[in-house]
Write a new protein. Structure first.
Length: 376
C-alpha cells in the first residue's frame, strides 16, 4: 500500500520517524481526531481499512503547518492529500476505481481520457447541429436545447451515480470508524442539527478552512478560504443559472432559439455573469498560487489538480467570450464559442469524480459524521 500512496504524491513518506511534531502543531488535530502522524503510520504499515474508516483524512485542510515543522522533511501535509486521493480511488465503484487509479498514476492515460472526452462532445455537436443563421444569432437553432438537456442529464446521472456510490461507501466505512472511537451516545436530534450546521458552516461558509488562514480582510481576499469561496459560489451560481434557464424557458431558451435579444440585466443572465466572474477569479488565483508554489498547500500539484482548475477557468472564460460575441452580434463566432464552451463543460463534468471536485462532497460528510458521533 505504501507504494500506492507514494505514487499518489506522498513521495517522502519513508522519511517519517513518527516523532509526532506534526500532530502537535496541527491546528485541527485534537482528542480522538489525532492526525497526521497516525495516518502516516497507518500508511507505512499498510492498514488500508483503518485509513478508509477514518474521517481524519478529510478533516485536514492542507494548510501545510505540519510540513513546515517536520524535522525530517517528510511532508505530512502532502501525505494527507495523497491519502485523500487514495481514498477517492477506493470509494469509487468497480471499474471507475480502475479509471481513477490510472488517471492518477499515468499522465498518458489521463491525457488520452481528456482527449477522448473532448472528441465525444465535438463529434456530437458537429453531427447534431441545426441551421447556421449568419445574419442573426439563433443559438438554440444552431444547437437545439433539447440535445443539450439530453446530453447534460445523461452525463449528470452517470456522475451523480458515481458520486453517490462513493459517498455511500464512505458513509458506512467512516461511520464504523467513528462509532468505534465515539465517547457518548449518538442522538438523532444532534445528528440532524449537525447535518444542517455542516451544510451552512462547512459547505456554504467553508468555516473550517478559515481556521488555517491569517486574519484581516486584505489577506483574506487572496486567502485559500476566499479562493475556495469564489470557486464554490461561482460554480454553484452557474449551476443555478443553468437550472433556472431550463425551468423558465421564456426567460432564456425561447429568446435564444428565436434570435430575440436578451438584455444583460435580465436576472438569470445577470446571475450567470456574476457567477462567471467569481469562478474566473477563484480559478485564476488558485492556478497562480500553484504556478508560483507560494504556499505549502500549492507547492505540489497533481495532474488532476491542474485539470480541474484549468477546466473551471476555461468554463468561465469561454462562457464570457460567448457572452461577448453574443452582445457584439457576431453569429458565427458565437456558434463556434458555444461549441468550445459546451465541450469544456462536458470535460469538466467528465473529470469531476476523479479530482478535488469529489473531495468537496467527501469532506462535509466526514465532518458531519465526526460531529454527530462525538468524534470531534
Ligand atoms: S511527518 Fe515529520 S513531524 Fe510528523 S511524525 Fe513524521 S517525522 Fe515527525
Ligand atoms: S495540513 Fe494543516 S490541517 Fe492538515 S494535518 Fe497538516 S497542519 Fe493539520
Amino acid at each position: 500500500m505504501v507504494d500506492d500512496v507514494k505514487a499518489l504524491g506522498a513521495i517522502n513518506i519513508d522519511a517519517c520517524f513518527n516523532c509526532g511534531t506534526c500532530t502537535a502543531v496541527c491546528p485541527l488535530s485534537s482528542g480522538s481526531s489525532s492526525f497526521p502522524r497516525r495516518m502516516i503510520t497507518y500508511a507505512q504499515i499498510g492498514v488500508k481499512e483503518k485509513i478508509l474508516e477514518s474521517p481524519d483524512l478529510w478533516l485536514c485542510n492542507y494548510c501545510g503547518e505540519c510540513t513546515k515543522s517536520c524535522p525530517r522533511q517528510a511532508d505530512p501535509a502532502e501525505t494527507m492529500m495523497a491519502l485523500r486521493r487514495y481514498a477517492t480511488i477506493e470509494y469509487s465503484p468497480p471499474g471507475v476505481s480502475f479509471i481513477s487509479k490510472m488517471i492518477y498514476k499515468s499522465k498518458a492515460f489521463a491525457l488520452s481520457f481528456l482527449i477522448i472526452f473532448s472528441i465525444i462532445p465535438l463529434i456530437l455537436m458537429l453531427s447534431l447541429h441545426g441551421s447556421i443563421n449568419s445574419t442573426s444569432i439563433m443559438l438554440f437553432s444552431f444547437f437545439p436545447e433539447h440535445y443539450i438537456d439530453i446530453i447534460g442529464v445523461t452525463l449528470g446521472i452517470i456522475i451523480f451515480g458515481i458520486m453517490l456510490f462513493g459517498l455511500a461507501k464512505m458513509y458506512f466505512m467512516t461511520r464504523k470508524g467513528v462509532t468505534k472511537s465515539n465517547t457518548g451516545p449518538v442522538r438523532i436530534l444532534k445528528w440532524i442539527v449537525e447535518f444542517f450546521q455542516t451544510i451552512f458552516k462547512e459547505v456554504l461558509a467553508q468555516e473550517r478552512l478559515d481556521q488555517c488562514e491569517m486574519k484581516g480582510w486584505r489577506q483574506r481576499l487572496s486567502s485559500e478560504w476566499f479562493i475556495h469561496m469564489t470557486i464554490f459560489w461561482g460554480f454553484t451560481g452557474l449551476l443555478v443559472t443553468t437550472v433556472l434557464g431550463f425551468l423558465l424557458p421564456t426567460a432564456i431558451s425561447v429568446p435564444l432559439a428565436n434570435g430575440i435579444y436578451i438584455p444583460i440585466t435580465e436576472p438569470i443572465r445577470l446571475l450567470g455573469t456574476l457567477s462567471g466572474l467569481f469562478l474566473i477569479y477563484g480559478a485564476s488565483m488558485a492556478i497562480i498560487n500553484r504556478v508560483n508554489k507560494s504556499r505549502v498547500y500549492s507547492s505540489y500539484s497533481y495532474f488532476t489538480d491542474w485539470a480541474l482548475l484549468i477546466f473551471l477557468l476555461l468554463a468561465g472564460l469561454t462562457g464570457y467570450l460567448l457572452e461577448m460575441a453574443y452582445y457584439l452580434n457576431s453569429p458565427l463566432i458565437t456558434y463556434a464559442l458555444l461549441t468550445v464552451h459546451l465541450t469544456v463543460v462536458f470535460d469538466l463534468f467528465a473529470v469531476a469524480p476523479f479530482t478535488k471536485f469529489a473531495h468537496a462532497f467527501y469532506r462535509p460528510l466526514a465532518i458531519w459524521l465526526s460531529r454527530s458521533h462525538n468524534y470531534i
